[in-house]
Design a protein around this ligand. Structure first.
Ligand code: AHR
Length: 507
């Protein structure tokens, strides 16, 4: 079957901004089976664990070079009181997780358990503090407990709980979704609170916080503008005032309205294209917030952090609606691969991005079933794209045939997507063909150098709906050998609905 075609000009000697490894970040909330059952099984569990932390999950995440982990929420962050989660586990107070299923939270996974997990993973912690229902003092003391050395009331408490040395905690969230579950605040009110809370989140010793203000939802550029006004020095060259170093934005890929988001596994080709058009909106959303930020911070010192992204479908039939458990198909993987192309294009402004969520919730990279573990199709995209972490982006100029563009509702979806980077002379090119039925012939027009010893890998499946289970994982990365090299070009025919990476050495 003939298909679309594209030509990607990649100048191997023209380097763009660095793609921070933190664009490959993750997010773990006290929600459903993400923490309990997913990351934490407790020390007495027959499931292999270290200090209660599930080792198969740790190993799988380490294989992704997981750079950071955001915790404890999400909406949960704004009703979490950290002192409930320290000290002997049997003495910790219980609470009701009102956002997520009204279930009991026993606080067995708290500060020490989270930091132990980050140490095992080799990932930087990103802690979201409680602005919605907490106090300035509570947040200030948490920072002191975690990061101060020497002698102080919080340091003494930490030592009494068995941790002598402070942890290094850089990423610090000032609440979450303050416009919604984080307190239903107006932008001006939250902006003042963010300044106030940030003031008392001190840098102790040589631990320097990177404070992240709770940003907008979707295309709410007015929220971003209100926050940027707090930290800008409009019309002068000065560094933005230091209340916070970044602000966030949340954007989820929805296929239908909230009341009918559709099934994660049973969908039509038309639904699939709607999902992909919704995913592509991420580009405009980042661009929109970035443009607002540019007006106040042309030097781009303030980071934009997409600390929640991913697909959101109806929960799997028969599961707790408050647990947000959904399967993950090849469609999810292609949402991820095209998101990464977008993130790479915005590498100059984007400081971090966090997939929602790591295990058993929304677009997870891992699913657990008792003692069994499944690597989802999305997992494989993170794994295949690992080489982009902290690499220098190589701008890609992609032109496509007309039939690589299709109308989807009011939007036009381009069915080819690409990005490229180089790290220590190792070049990585990512290519996605979103066309559900037709292949796409892509020519990489390599200029300013050559690509020595090119190899490729592919992620695809017979059907868009294919997914992995403990018994069978048909959606896994495989070698892809159909590369044709010719006078400075490399041509590949991407099968329908596929993600391909090409690696080689810059020569
Ligand atoms: O990821 C699920 C929820 O989505 C988060 O708790 C919240 O921040 C967002 O609305």
């Amino acid at each position: 079957m003939s298909g679309s075609s594209g030509r990607a000009i990649i100048n191997l000697d023209i380097e763009g901004p660095v793609i921070s490894r933190h664009l490959y970040g993750h997010f773990a909330e006290h929600l459903g089976r993400c923490v309990y059952g997913g990351l934490w099984v407790g020390e007495d569990s027959p499931i292999p664990n270290e200090g209660g932390l599930r080792l198969d999950v740790v190993e799988a995440l380490r294989a992704l070079d997981i750079p950071n982990l955001r915790w404890p929420g999400g909406c949960f962050a704004d009703e979490y009181h950290w002192k409930d989660g320290i000290g002997p586990r049997e003495d910790r107070p219980r609470m009701v997780n009102t956002h997520w299923g009204n279930v009991e939270e026993n606080n067995h996974f708290g500060t020490h358990e989270f930091l132990a997990l980050c140490e095992l993973l080799g990932a930087e912690p990103y802690i979201s503090g409680n602005v919605g229902s907490g106090t300035v003092r509570e947040m200030s003391e948490w920072v002191e407990y975690l990061t101060r050395d020497g002698d102080s009331p919080m340091v003494a408490l930490r030592r009494a709980n068995g941790r002598e040395e402070p942890w290094r905690v850089r990423f610090w969230g000032l609440g979450n979704e303050a416009w919604g579950c984080g307190g239903n605040m107006r932008a001006d009110y939250y902006a003042d609170l963010a300044r106030q809370y940030a003031t008392y989140c001190r840098d102790h010793g040589d631990n320097t916080l990177y404070r992240i203000a709770a940003g907008a939802s979707d295309a709410d550029y007015a929220w971003t503008e209100t926050l940027m006004r707090q930290i800008s020095c409009f019309g002068c060259e000065a560094t933005p005032k230091n209340f916070f170093q970044a602000l966030s934005v949340h954007y989820y890929t929805l296929t239908g309205p909230w009341e009918a988001k559709g099934s994660a596994t049973e969908f039509t080709t038309e639904d699939y294209y709607r999902t992909m058009a919704a995913a592509a909106r991420m580009d405009r959303i980042i661009q929109g917030h970035s443009t607002v930020m540019d007006a106040y911070d042309p030097a781009r010192r303030v980071g934009l952090v997409v600390d929640e992204w991913g697909t959101w479908f109806d929960v799997e039939p028969g599961t707790n609606p408050g647990f947000l458990f959904q399967q993950n198909t090849l469609r999810d993987a292609l949402v991820a691969s095209t998101h990464f192309d977008i993130f790479h294009r915005h590498a100059e402004r984007l400081a971090m991005a966090n997939l929602a969520q790591t295990v058993n919730v929304l677009q997870s990279v891992l699913l657990t079933d008792g003692d069994r573990l499944v690597r989802t199709p999305t997992y494989h995209v993170f794994e295949m794209n690992r080489g982009h972490q902290d690499a220098t982006s190589l701008p890609v100029h992609l032109t496509t045939s007309d039939d690589a563009r299709r109308p989807v509702g009011d939007a036009t979806l381009t069915t080819l997507s690409a990005s490229a980077s180089v790290r220590d002379e190792a070049v990585l090119v990512s290519l996605t063909n979103l066309d559900a039925d037709r292949p796409a012939e892509v020519t990489l027009d390599l200029r300013g150098g050559t690509l020595a010893e090119p190899t490729a890998r592919i992620l695809t499946a017979d059907r868009l709906q294919d997914h992995n289970t403990p018994e069978h994982s048909p959606v896994s990365a495989r070698p892809f050998t159909e590369l044709r090299a010719e006078k400075g070009t490399l041509t590949l025919t991407l099968p329908p609905h596929s993600f391909v990476t090409v690696s080689g050495r810059r020569a």
